[in-house]
Write a protein that binds this ligand. Structure first.
Ligand code: TYM
Length: 345
């Protein structure tokens, strides 16, 4: 089947895959398979922008692969691969490093958060991380990128980089492709939708759920067993009020809003629908219902991930096959890019 629209997205193999990754990204990846040609990438080159233990990194690459498959991504109909096996990501990233401006990268909030007070000690890779992300997307001329809210600024940067390349090389683009519009890289469209685009920590409703939070109780991971999932929801921080019956009533109640959003996303509903049913209920009623739902949805995925992880060779061969197919799409686009820039091949 030929699709005009192509989806690309990535997940870092940095351990502790959590409910935010699942609801904010992976469930969207699964749904888009129906309508689009999809590439889902385990972004190992991004992971090493901060130190990774080599053994753990290999394990985590397989774990993200297993999470994709266990969640329902079909590696035959679509493409699952790890970034470092397709050299074009690093090659295009270099060219785009020469298009992006220092000033643009200096504004990236994720770099500021991750580098913290020790900016001078951060790796150079961490600084240019968003340029590699732009290369990931543009290497395939992807049109749609499903991500959580926290990636919005990076997606805007990818659009700016695509546009600057098109403007800087307009004449060469027209000369090399006879394309009158001079547009070589399409502007990728972010897909940030639904009730759980920013899942918050269970310990602090003002912080997003993250892989690196030192508290294990702050997140549900995709491999937590049923008892652990239920316990973490029981212990999740809340306020003493009953749930409101309208979404408006969740304003200034970040913990309540978070749990309602999670329920809605797990159950494929809107927050308004959830509140129609649970408005007026205490958390002593709502939390067990949420725990039951979360266990029903997440623990079978965790079980399937464990089963897949028992056959690492099969996962590795899925990644190799995916990389070969990804490379076939990337190669002509990279060649064209080099020709536009003026490199001799
Ligand atoms: P990563 O690995 O941090 O996260 C993977 C995906 O999960 C989403 N996410 C969340 N969604 C909702 N609530 C949360 N608390 C939450 N935490 C994480 C992220 O938004 C992301 O969609 N830079 C990317 C990986 C990447 C990429 C790309 C994505 C590399 N190249 C190209 C799209 C296109 C990242 O750090 O993801």
């Amino acid at each position: 089947m030929q699709h005009k629209e192509r989806v690309f997205s990535g997940v870092q193999p940095t351990g502790n895959l959590h409910l935010g990754n699942y609801l904010g990204a992976i469930t969207k990846f699964v749904a888009l398979q129906e309508s689009h040609e999809c590439l889902y990438c385990v972004v190992d080159l991004h992971a090493v922008t901060v130190w990774q233990d080599p053994k753990e990194l290999s394990h985590n690459i397989r774990e993200v692969t297993a999470a994709f498959i266990a969640s329902g991504i079909d590696p035959k109909a679509h493409i699952i691969f790890n970034q470092s096996q397709v050299a074009g990501h690093a090659e295009l990233s270099w060219i785009l490093n020469c298009v992006a401006r220092m000033g643009w990268l200096n504004r990236m909030t994720q770099f500021k958060e991750k580098a913290g007070k020790h900016k001078e000690n951060a790796s150079v890779g961490l600084f240019t991380y968003p340029v590699l992300m732009a290369a990931d997307i543009l290497l395939y001329h992807a049109t749609h990128v499903p991500v959580g809210e926290d990636q919005k600024q990076h997606l805007e940067l990818a659009r700016d980089i695509a546009q600057k390349f098109n403007v800087d090389f307009k004449e060469a683009i027209i000369a090399s492709s006879n394309k009158e519009d001079g547009l070589f890289f399409p502007q990728p469209e972010p897909l940030i939708q639904g009730p759980a685009t920013r899942v918050m920590s269970f310990r602090d409703g003002s912080k997003k759920m993250s892989k690196s939070d030192p508290s294990d109780l702050s997140r549900i991971t995709m491999t937590d067993d049923a008892d652990t999932i239920a316990k973490k929801i029981r212990k999740a921080k809340t306020d003493p009020e009953a749930l409101p019956s309208e979404e408006e009533g969740l304003k200034d109640r970040p913990e309540a809003a978070n749990l309602v959003g999670i329920f809605a996303a797990l159950n494929n509903q809107s927050k308004t629908d959830v509140l129609k049913e649970y408005g007026g209920a205490q958390f002593s009623t709502f939390k067990p219902a949420l725990a039951e739902l979360a266990v029903a949805k997440i623990s079978p995925i965790g079980n399937e991930m464990r089963r897949l992880m028992d056959a690492p060779d099969e996962l590795d061969s899925i990644l190799r096959d995916g990389a070969n197919r990804a490379n076939k799409i990337a190669e002509p686009i990279l060649q064209k890019t080099k020709e536009i820039v003026g490199f001799i091949q």
